[in-house]
Design a protein around this ligand. Structure first.
Ligand SMILES: Nc1ncnc2c1ncn2[C@@H]1O[C@H](COP(=O)(O)OP(=O)(O)OP(=O)(O)O)[C@@H](O)[C@H]1O
Ligand SMILES: [Mg+2]
Length: 251
């Protein structure tokens, strides 16, 4: 479904960050990407979504056979690729419900009626244990960290993408919220849904069981395994990965 070959991504002020990355994600698969701070995980996610500050300088990315890199971010979204919009700031005057209505209709061929939209939102908010009054609040205005994350997964459930890229959706969540977020992702799970879950902790992977775990180091995926690799990393840290796969040990 998603095929990344020898991808290179640079940022203007930071030089090359992703340095020849390969990754294949099949239909229905959940892939976790772990790796030390600064290894390029978020840069990869941003490049996949077409963030303008991240310049692809080499390699290829195809999604269902289409050249993803040729497409504008909104076209990628319409193809069914999702990344939670992490607005750094609040959006006064735009309610959660309004934002979701616009987002959902922009990826659909046919717009949902107001009633259909309302029902869908109610249903998904129930799954995420979000209070109905939340829909009328302005986007991110005064949201707690956990509320922002729940809201991201609410977007996911509303948009029903084929591929979701979740960058540290688990950070800053309390134990209950972590389970609610995991439930949201698991609700999507099925033969038509794939995800790349970027995380620092194996904890969330106990709730969202990945099919594959990859370790990113210095702009590349250096080793991959099953879900036991996440526990191994948590127990042993990244030093052994650096020793085995770090700069100087490979071309
Ligand atoms: N827009 C940018 N401008 C300058 N440098 C950048 C930019 N984006 C990323 N970088 C640099 O690229 C490197 C990788 O950053 P990235 O955010 O991709 O790492 P990460 O693996 O997501 O780390 P973390 O685990 O801390 O989230 C860092 O050194 C970072 O400072
Ligand atoms: Mg990051």
């Amino acid at each position: 479904m998603l095929k990344i070959e020898n991808l290179r991504v640079a940022v203007e002020e930071g030089g090359e960050i992703v340095k020849g990355l390969d990754l294949e994600v099949g239909r229905g698969e959940i892939h976790a990407i772990m790796g030390p701070n600064g290894s390029g995980k978020s840069t990869l996610a941003n490049a996949l979504m077409g963030h303008p500050r991240y310049e692809v300088t080499g390699g290829s990315v195809t999604f269902e056979g289409e050249d993803l890199l040729e497409l504008e971010p909104d076209e990628r979204a319409r193809l069914g690729v999702f990344m939670a919009f992490q607005y750094p700031s609040e959006v006064p005057g735009v309610s959660v419900a309004n934002f979701l209505r616009t987002a959902v209709n922009s990826v659909r061929e046919e717009e949902l009626s107001a009633m259909e939209m309302y029902r869908l939102l109610q249903e998904k908010m129930r799954v995420m244990q979000i209070d109905p009054s939340f829909a009328e609040r302005y986007l991110n205005e005064g949201f707690s960290g956990g509320e922002k994350k729940r809201n991201e997964i609410l977007q996911l459930l509303m948009l029903q993408p084929k591929l979701a890229i979740l960058d540290e959706t688990d950070s800053g969540l309390d134990i209950d919220a972590l389970q609610v977020v995991a439930r949201g992702v698991n609700e999507m799970r099925g033969p038509e849904f794939s995800a790349i879950v970027i995380t620092h902790y194996s904890r969330i992977l106990r709730y969202i069981e990945p099919d594959y775990v990859h370790v990113m180091l210095d702009g590349r995926i250096v080793t991959s395994g099953g879900k036991e690799l996440a526990d191994e990393l948590e127990a042993k840290g990244y030093d052994w990965v650096r020793q085995e796969f770090g700069a100087g040990t490979q071309s």
